[in-house]
Design a protein around this ligand. Structure first.
Ligand code: BMA
Length: 365
């Protein structure tokens, strides 16, 4: 949110500065110049052949993107799923203290941090994809039988977000992206499992708790609808302009259809959805972003320069973020979205960065 400082006339402008202002202005500047920041999920935590959580190297110097391009991504994505339970490791095996350190390190290097959250289903005790608990959202809202338990979980997340500070105690700005892909029906807060009123109430509950009750001023709130079926009806599930700063699309190149169909499908539908979101973002004074994308396994040699570039061309997206490169044995040869040394699309990725006004860390310092 643009912070309107009522006392601006009486106080110095510096007194009105919020921790989030610089991030907002970096994103706005990129859009004004037709540039796009590049982000990668868990970039400093692990890569195709290494894992800082497991191998004892906590330098946070490594990055698959840096190994390929010579520079870190401008945006580092991190994830909190399971920290709401008090777990020391998140659902992907990331250590809680290392996650905090990675956020701080990336910020100190001049980068921007975004955080997603795949919380467990509080009814069934299983993960975010467990859809068997009925209308879970109704039960955790005010007046619901699980409200108290839920607020305890949110308290742990608020504690974590509030603990991301520089050594001299300054809160680090975070693009915070809860309740994402809510126009699909694969998370317990998804389309089929709660009403629009309940979804909006969930968002506002989260906002009011973090911002008003806990006083977290370092959050930039990003909402990420997804999918091809929602684009006329999605704004029903939007909590209101006072609660959102960034409107982003989550959209992947499908691996569940033959490649010759998947490629044109992705380009066509990404453009359709970005077009629609662009209009919405403009009307509501919000920043537009491509909050999650990628092609799992990068099996199309020119995916970056021919496919992604065509999908985003001419859209004023402030940033795009590709998903994680898992190091899990047995899964690491399939579940990756960014290049790594010796992997597919290394050169194509470098060409994409070079020729499409894509910004890495050194470009935003
Ligand atoms: C998904 C996959 C999962 C992971 C989740 C949260 O898209 O990468 O393996 O647990 O994101 O990071």
């Amino acid at each position: 949110m643009k912070k309107i400082c009522v006392l601006a006339a009486m106080l110095s402008i510096a007194a009105c500065t919020q921790p989030t202002d610089k991030v907002i202005s970096t994103l706005e500047k990129a859009v004004a110049e037709g540039k796009v920041l590049y982000g990668h999920q868990d970039d400093l935590m692990y890569g195709h052949t290494w894992n800082a959580n497991e191998d004892g190297d906590h330098s946070l110097e490594r990055s698959d993107v840096k190994a390929v391009t010579g520079d870190y991504p401008a945006i580092l994505g991190l994830e909190l799923g399971d920290f709401e339970l008090g777990a020391k490791k998140n659902l992907d095996g990331n250590d809680i203290d290392l996650t905090r350190e990675a956020a701080i390190k990336h910020y100190q290097r001049g980068g921007i941090v975004t955080i997603s959250w795949h919380p467990d289903n509080p009814v069934t005790g299983s993960d975010a994809w467990d859809l068997t608990g009925g209308n879970v959202v109704a039960r955790i809202l005010k007046g619901g039988d699980l409200h108290e338990m839920w607020m305890e979980r949110m308290g742990r997340i608020a504690d974590f977000l509030g603990s991301i500070k520089t050594p001299d105690g300054k809160p680090i700005p975070i693009i915070w992206r809860p309740w994402h892909e809510h126009t699909g029906s694969w998370f317990w807060w998804g389309w089929d499992f709660c009403s629009a009123e309940e979804y909006n109430a969930l968002w506002i509950l989260t906002y009011d708790f973090f911002v008003k009750e806990r006083g977290l001023k370092n959050l930039i709130w990003a909402i990420s609808p997804n999918g091809v079926d929602w684009w006329e009806r999605w704004p029903e599930r939007y909590p209101g302009d006072a609660y959102v700063d960034i409107v982003g699309l989550d959209m992947y190149c499908p691996t569940w259809m033959p490649q010759q169909e998947a490629i044109p499908y992705y380009i066509k539908n990404t453009r359709l959805l970005l077009e629609s979101l662009q209009g919405f973002a403009k009307d509501h004074g919000k920043i537009l972003a491509f909050t999650e994308t990628g092609y799992e396994g990068l099996t199309y040699p020119t995916w970056w320069t021919e496919v992604l570039a065509a999908a985003i061309k001419d859209f004023p997206i402030a940033y795009l973020l590709t998903w994680r490169n898992t190091s899990e044995p047995g899964r690491r040869d399939v579940h990756f979205y960014a290049p790594f040394p010796g992997g597919p699309t290394e050169n194509d990725f470098c060409e994409f960065i070079e020729n499409n006004n894509i910004l890495l860390l050194n470009d935003i310092k």
